[in-house]
Structures are given as C-alpha cells and as structure tokens.
Design a protein. Structure first.
Length: 254
C-alpha cells in the first residue's frame, strides 16, 4: 500500500526561475571560457525539452503548484516544457517596464480604510496588475464587470493610491552637505509652482528638489533623526527619518 505523498509542491514560476537561472549560469561559464582561455566556442544550447511527471495542485492563495511524482505513484500528469532562445529586444518587448511605472509600489503597500483583500489582489494579479500604477489606470466599473471585484473596494483602493507615501529614504552627500532623499509616491503637489511642506522633527526644512516619486530636502545641522511629515495636495504622510552619525564624525560608539 502506498502512503500519502509528503513531497513539497513548488509554484510553477519558482521552478522556471530556478531552471533558467542555472541555464544563465551555464551561459556565463561559456562566456568566461571564451574570454579567459581564448578557447573558441564549440557548442551552445539552443533548445531544451523536458517532460515532468507531476501532480498539479492549487494552493489556498490560488497559486498553481507542481509536486514531483514519487516511485510507483499513480495518477501523475505529464507536463512537457520546451525552452528556446530569444533575443534581448524580444525580452524587452514582452516585459513590463517597472522603471517607467508612475507608481511601482506593490499592491500590498496600499493602506486606506478598505484595502483590497487577498481574493481581490489575486484576481488583479491574474489580470497582470501588480503595481499601484497599473491599478490607477483601470476603470473600476469595468473591473467589477469582468473580475467581480466590488467597485466600492476598488474606489477605496484608488483613493488610498492617491495618498502621499514614503517607502524608502537615503542620505545623499552633495557639496559637503547632507541631504535627505525621501522616495515614494504622490510626494509633489499637482499645482504648478507649489512646493510640498516637509517637517523633520517638527521643524520645516527646505525642499531642494521635488518630483512625485522623490523629495530631496535639506536637514538642519542639528537634525539626526526623529519623526518626519510630508504634506502634498492637502494630504499627509509621516514616518521616521535617520541621518546616521553627524558629518565629520565616526559611526562608532564613543
């Protein structure tokens, strides 16, 4: 009698990423062989064909999982994969350009009183919507009709997407001065000539550069860290900043 299978199921994308990563490594080794030893290239991998005997499962989150069939296990499906070579322009043409997205935050970073639940996020992912910028280009009524996501939840998510948000910060040295860069979304006012209000530790500071995705501000010499606040288009976001050790001093413990 055969016991119940205990092997782990792997998401399809993880299997393909692991496989192609190893193929990329083989290609890098070939390039090193040519450049390092001056030996001419004698072969290259053009196509790869694989037959997998797997059990296909669907997780609670809607992910398709593959579990390899064990010895004498019956009922496995045969999945046939053919991998072939493509060119860099083909990759660029068929890939989403995240760097061009107006708001590349993942949907999970949306706040708001009525955020999208896991089922909503899964349906949007099936549509290829993974970022806040992609979500903002959708018509809520059309999405409700096609994917059955309630329009009120979509509208709440879009309202949350319009709020200013800081997701990353860094200290930049420029001309001997330390500047604080706040990265995120909706950080610059939409009105021409307007400047966002930024406070570090309760004190207003100068905004040196501004764009919807980045603010560059000039801290006061006394600033080291503490709460920050950004107000743009009458909306507010807050967090904690850290400038590290003062300029000209070491970072060790005195």
């Amino acid at each position: 009698m055969i016991g119940r299978p205990t092997g782990r199921g792997f998401p399809v994308e993880e299997f393909l990423q692991a496989l192609t990563a190893q193929l990329d490594r083989a290609q890098d080794a070939l390039a090193l062989k040519v450049s390092g030893t001056n030996r001419p290239l004698t072969w290259a991998l053009k196509d790869l064909s694989i037959d997998l005997h797997v059990f296909v499962e669907v997780s609670d989150t809607g992910k398709v999982l593959w579990r390899s069939a064990g010895p004498n296990e019956q009922g496995a499906s045969t999945v046939h994969l053919d991998l072939t070579t493509i060119t860099a322009p083909m990759v660029a043409e068929n890939s989403f350009a995240y760097h061009e997205d107006v708001d590349p935050r993942p949907l999970e970073q949306l706040g708001g009183a009525a955020p999208l639940d896991e089922d909503d996020a899964r349906k949007l992912e099936w549509m290829g919507v993974r970022t806040v910028g992609q979500l903002r280009r959708l018509d809520p009524l059309q999405v409700q009709a096609v994917m059955n996501i309630p329009v009120n939840r979509l509208q709440a998510a879009l309202a949350a997407a319009a709020e200013p948000a800081v997701v990353h910060q860094e200290v930049i040295e420029r001309d001997g001065n330390r500047l604080l860069a706040l990265h995120g979304a909706n950080l610059a006012p939409t009105a021409k000539g307007s400047v966002p209000e930024v406070r570090l530790a309760g004190t207003p500071v100068e905004v040196v550069e501004q764009s919807p995705r980045r603010l560059l501000v000039r801290p006061l010499p006394t600033h080291v860290g503490g709460p920050f606040e950004v107000i743009a288009n009458g909306k507010r976001t807050a967090g904690v900043f850290d400038l590290g050790p003062p300029a000209g001093r070491g970072g060790g413990t005195p």
